[in-house]
Design a protein around this ligand. Structure first.
Ligand code: NAP
Ligand code: ZN
Length: 352
């Protein structure tokens, strides 16, 4: 085993602080990665603060981080797809059983025996898995992604979660060319949703609570912006959307968005607020509308998304911070004051 410097939360109420964790020795099939950048996802904050305790309680210490880009520093003897020196990415998944229907269909995130990158039972070392707020990570090569060389590593890190989480439902919905697509919440996920929906030819409309983000939304690729706090503006769009991607991290009135869907319209939730959202049956019945959910994406689809980003030069708009600013970054994320993803420069962990 190796010691690795990391930042962890000791309890739901503690700020993140420097810690030392253990990483396993590289097995035949493993890739050992020195982490260069790690994005900060709102799921990191939900988990560090145990906000999902009713579904997946947090085990402490907790080392979040599942938007990892790094340099391969060691490979096991059976590894064929990576070599020392390669740039590599790791997202929300680090293992699965490779044997079930979900794995067969390339949706490893639904494998009953999937291992998520942090706060999940660690099959190798016991305890729970530790994420990317750390100097290194050891991962089975089949869960390591190849990073297109033209992408800036700091901006590419968030693709590993925010990217795939928005790419996957947009692709699955079908051909969105010319369709009216709403992206609700312009944060880490939302701004990637805008970029992908635009890249696939949709007419993109952002719904935001933040008037200060209007211009950015247009710059990121939206054709139009709705201030969701303005009921009149919302009502003007009633019944007009084909598809809406809801990325909001907190409690909100989902019926206000269902009301904006047209016939057979769908709203897909990717945001994961702590509490259930009441849905009006009538809002769905009139117009045969549907509500669905989507969870990250499988490994092959994540690679497809990264390759697409390489071809179209798509990365996340990031604010690069040292790890020492992590707690401040969490507070700013809670205030929706992120433009539009924090990416931690892990060199700061070595220095600190
Ligand atoms: P984020 O960067 O904090 O963005 C969330 C955005 O939601 C904010 O920027 C804000 O946008 C809006 N918002 C926040 N509070 C709100 C409120 N009370 N009412 C209305 N709008 C509000 O978070 P993120 O990293 O994008 O993650 C978003 C959610 O997705 C989180 O719950 C996260 O856990 C979840 N998630 C799910 C998956 C999945 O696989 N399904 C993957 C990753 C993350 P405006 O300022 O534009 O209003
Ligand atoms: Zn995430």
């Amino acid at each position: 085993m190796h010691n690795a410097k990391a930042y962890s939360a000791a309890s739901a109420n503690d700020p993140l602080a420097p810690d030392t964790i253990q990483r396993r020795d590289t097995t035949d099939r493993d890739v050992r990665i020195e982490i260069l950048f790690c994005g900060i996802c709102h799921s990191d904050l939900h988990t560090a603060r145990d906000e999902w305790s009713s579904i997946m309680p947090t085990t402490y210490p907790c080392v979040p981080g599942h938007e990892i880009v790094g340099r391969v520093v060691e490979v096991g003897s059976a590894v064929t797809t990576f070599k020392e020196g390669d740039l590599a990415g790791v997202g929300c998944l680090v293992d699965s059983d490779h044997a079930c229907d979900a794995c067969d269909h390339g949706v490893e995130q639904f494998c009953p025996d999937a291992t998520f990158t942090y706060n999940w039972p660690d099959k190798h070392l016991g305890g729970v898995t530790y994420g990317g707020y750390s100097e290194s990570i050891v991962v089975d090569e089949s869960f390591v992604l190849r990073l297109p060389a033209n992408l800036d590593p700091a901006g590419a890190a968030p693709l590993l979660c925010a990217g795939i989480t928005t790419y996957s439902p947009i692709r699955r919905w079908g051909d969105i060319k010319g369709k009216k697509v709403g992206v609700v919440g312009l944060g880490g996920l939302g701004h990637m949703g805008v970029k992908f929906a635009r890249a696939f030819g949709a007419r993109v409309v952002v719904c935001t609570t933040s008037p200060s983000k209007k211009e950015d939304a247009l710059r990121l690729g939206a054709h139009e912006v709705i201030l969701s706090t303005d009921a009149e503006e919302m009502q003007e769009h009633a019944g007009t959307f084909d598809f809406i991607l809801d990325t909001i991290s907190a409690d909100h009135d989902i019926n206000a968005y269902i009301n904006m869907l047209g016939l057979d319209g769908n709203i897909t939730l990717v945001g994961a607020p702590e509490k259930p959202l009441p849905v009006s049956a009538f809002a769905l019945l009139f117009g045969r509308k549907s509500v669905s959910g989507s969870l990250i994406g499988g490994i092959a689809e994540t690679q497809e998304m990264l390759d697409f980003c390489g071809e179209h030069d798509i990365t996340s708009d990031v604010e690069v911070i040292p790890i020492q600013k992590i707690n401040e970054a969490y507070e700013r994320m809670l205030k929706s004051d992120v433009k539009y993803r924090f990416s931690i420069d892990m060199a700061s962990l070595k220095a600190g």
